[in-house]
Write a protein that binds this ligand. Structure first.
Ligand code: GLN
Ligand code: ZN
Length: 754
């Protein structure tokens, strides 16, 4: 059996690409120097794959920002406004990726969207009726030839026309299928040029095949590829799918003359049964995605071997990752702080290469490689950690009643109104205040042991007092402490919960040069002591206004961590929910009357297929949130916050979270969400963000007033709150102060007028 991977983390072992690109952005290095860095990394990564014994080595998976954007440029999908800037190719590329403001003009970036069910984000190509899809770039050929100079024959990878055109945004009357003809010509030319350079295989990624497809789309896909594959000549074409199974197009896929079909056996729940039901074409290679490209856990060889045994009769198998390794950290080799008893259970990108290689050896000769298998099996039989019996019992004992807060929302609203005595259109913020250099330094110094805990706390208290003073001065109604003690809304809680582990260098690309370092859920999660109570309580002593407690919800903590796989996501989330519930109740006992439980990332793990939304996700994610607040007094007001403008499609589920108040990002989407709220007669009180905190711009009083009036045309005034659209931590102090002053003034003016 041969081995293959779909793509490799291009950012580099120590995020070299990120740092070089950012230097280029700051004009500290030239275009040539950045190109040289890219070349160096590509070579290093190819060589690494060769050394690890990978047989099919991808090229074209490298990118300075995003591979969907690369494909768009290769095929001339560049809107006129960027072309007319007349910049160099690399500058044009970054103008599309990040916007451009300078001598040549002023353009915003392309939209960025979540890449399927990952935390990676791609740039959305824009197409209008004048767009000419044609082959204009050469990056793919250059990469192939570059590797060839090192005697490495790679398999170029490119995003396929079906997915590319499905993901694009259309501004004119033309739609995806109107561009198929041109796509066939362009991809056909790519086939010819690659074949002429000595290329043997091309990997065409079509992840859109794992989505829910209509019968019309299935026919479009089939027609597109029937014509395209007629042009392949001697080039071998691998159609690569990932992030799920291809139940809607499997029958079409196996009838088309592909030379290889890449299927996902990890996330593709139905992949095996599709093989069993419809078979697999003779002579076609089955690229079997068996090593998880998204998790950080070691592959269970026994399980993989039995899977392979099951699918081997269907054809010649190539051992593959389930998706690109882009979604996992680079290597475990630099994690010096974790014990080997822990790291033995992990496999990052480099270690996953070794797994493919080991599996290949074991399949070839079980006898000789007996020890490899034995060592791996041992990892899965031993207990990784001692189970938390108390948590298990708590979960066991949960009944329906634990997920229901009483009295019902409307009744609570009356009780809380009486108690809190807030004005109509109450004003508040989402939680964090600017994280200035001093705030970050204070945390860093404490972490390094340069200051004592008392000094650290005193600084934070000073900042809190300043923050509370300012909020009182401008007249906000519900105050926050400012979150100066928090680095990140998930890591902060993870650090205080048992069952969590942290890495030093396990960065994963989120978009462009931005990387995240998710904490790892290692064992049973529990809370051994209060996490936020001291600061919230302190902040409340400084004011007579209600001080909002500030927590991160269980679903968001889960979604921004690397989850366990030995228990279900549901169970992990319930453990988190119980821990956060304890914190909620402690805050309440300590006199905090309003508690916000952020679920910024609720949408993150929403399944790709709508038919799975409820049964696989919302059916436990929404109750997990309800569990967190179900035991509070009727007088305690529960808030939540979400960072999406896109949630019209799950709006009823969000209402079912049964919070008393929800704030969300809405300003950038022109408050589109209001119609969805109105349509279902949304019960929860809402604070649709009245200005965009992602920009340093200060909104005027009049502007905010207009926005509030706008909101009031769709929502009843007694249900509306006035707040910015997210936390203020990334903003500067002066613009934050000016914006919030205007926000309060605007709310007061609108109140005065009604
Ligand atoms: N309370 C958090 C903050 O204000 C919420 C952050 C978020 O929504 N991403 O920073
Ligand atoms: Zn937010």
């Amino acid at each position: 059996m041969k081995t293959s991977i779909i793509g490799f983390p291009r950012v580099g072992e120590s995020r070299e690409l990120k740092f070089a690109t950012e230097k280029y952005f700051r004009k500290e290095i030239t275009e040539e120097e950045l190109e040289a860095k890219g070349k160096e990394l590509r070579h290093k990564h190819w060589q690494l794959l060769v050394d690890q014994g990978i047989d099919f080595i991808p090229s074209g998976d490298f990118s300075f920002f995003d591979t969907t954007l690369d494909t768009a440029l290769l095929l001339n999908l560049v809107p006129e406004k960027y072309q007319s800037l007349q910049l160099s190719p690399l500058e044009t590329y970054f103008a599309l990726a990040r916007g451009y403001q300078g001598a040549a003009g002023d353009v915003t970036a392309l939209a960025m969207k979540k890449w399927f069910n990952t935390n990676y984000h791609y740039m959305v190509p824009e197409i209008d009726d004048t767009t000419e899809l044609k082959l204009v770039g050469d990056s793919l050929f250059k990469a192939f030839n570059e590797a060839k100079e090192h005697d490495i024959i790679t398999r170029p990878t490119i995003l396929g026309p079906f997915t590319l055109l499905k993901l694009a945004t259309y501004h004119g009357s033309k739609q995806a299928a109107d561009f198929y003809e041109d796509a066939i010509i362009a991809y056909g030319q790519i086939f010819d040029q690659l074949a002429a350079s000595g290329c043997e295989w091309l990997q065409i990624d079509e992840p859109a095949l794992v989505l829910d497809l209509s019968p019309a789309e299935v026919q479009q896909f089939k027609g597109l590829y029937q014509r395209l594959l007629a042009k392949k000549g001697h080039l071998n074409i691998l159609v690569q799918t990932y992030f799920g199974d291809v139940r809607d197009t499997y029958q079409e896929l196996i009838e088309l003359p592909f030379d290889g079909i890449g299927l996902d056996f990890v996330e593709g729940r139905k992949t095996v049964s599709l093989l069993e039901e419809y078979g697999f074409p003779k002579g076609t290679l089955l690229f079997a995605g068996i090593v998880n490209g998204k998790n950080i856990w070691k592959n269970n060889y026994q399980e993989t071997l039995s899977l392979l045994e099951k699918i081997q009769p269907f054809g010649t198998i190539v051992l593959n990752t389930s998706c690109s390794l882009l979604h996992v950290p680079f290597t475990l080799a630099n994690e010096s702080a974790l014990e080997t008893t822990v790291t033995n259970h992990f496999a990052f990108a480099v270690e996953k290469l070794a797994e493919l290689n080991e599996l290949k050896k074991i399949v070839a000769d079980k006898q000789t490689h007996h020890e490899l298998l034995k060592g791996n099996t041992a990892l899965f039989v031993q207990e990784r950690f001692s189970k938390n019996k108390h948590v298990a019992q708590q979960i066991e004992a949960l009944t329906e009643r634990d997920f229901i807060r009483l009295p019902v929302l409307a009744e609570r609203a009356t009780i809380q109104k009486e108690k809190l005595q807030l004005p109509i259109l109450p004003t508040t913020t989402i939680g964090s205040f600017p994280q200035t250099k001093e705030v970050k330094q204070n945390r860093a110094k404490f972490k390094k042991g340069e200051i004592t805990e008392a000094e650290y706390t005193a600084f934070n208290q000073e900042k809190i007092a300043e923050c509370v003073g300012f909020q009182e001065e401008i007249g906000l109604d519900v105050l926050v402490h400012g979150e100066f003690e928090r680095n990140d809304m998930v890591e902060y809680f993870g650090e205080s919960l048992d069952g969590y582990l942290f890495t030093e260098k396990a960065w994963v690309q989120s978009y462009g040069t931005r990387c995240v370092k998710p904490p790892i859920i290692w064992g049973d999660v529990s809370r051994s002591q209060p996490i936020t109570v001291a600061y919230s309580k302190y902040a409340q002593t400084l004011t007579d206004k209600p001080m909002k407690g500030m927590l991160t919800g269980p679903v968001t903590i889960l979604n921004w961590s690397f989850p366990r796989e030995d228990i279900s996501l549901r169970e992990s989330t319930l453990q988190l929910a119980l821990a956060i519930q304890e914190e909620v109740l402690d805050l309440e006992t300590n006199g905090i009357e309003i508690i916000q439980i952020d679920e910024a990332a609720l949408r993150e793990k929403l399944p790709l297929r709508q038919t799975d939304w409820h049964c696989e996700y919302l059916a436990w994610a929404i109750p997990a949130f309800r569990l967190v607040h179900s035991k509070v007094q009727p007088t305690t007001q529960i808030h939540t916050h979400m960072c999406y403008s896109e949630f019209a499609d799950i709006i009823q589920d969000i209402d079912n979270m049964d919070a008393d108040v929800i704030s969300f990002e809405a300003s950038r989407s022109n408050l589109d969400i209001l119609d969805a709220l109105k349509a279902i007669d949304f019960q929860t009180q809402v604070g649709p963000g009245v200005y965009d905190i992602h920009s340093p711009r200060v909104p005027s009083v009049e502007e905010i007033e207009t926005t509030i009036h706008n909101i009031l045309t769709k929502l009843p005034i007694e249900k509306v709150w006035v707040n910015p659209d997210c936390g203020l931590k990334t903003r500067g102090v002066p613009e934050t102060k000016a914006s919030l002053k205007n926000l309060v003034l605007a709310a007061k003016k609108v109140r005065g007028g009604v």
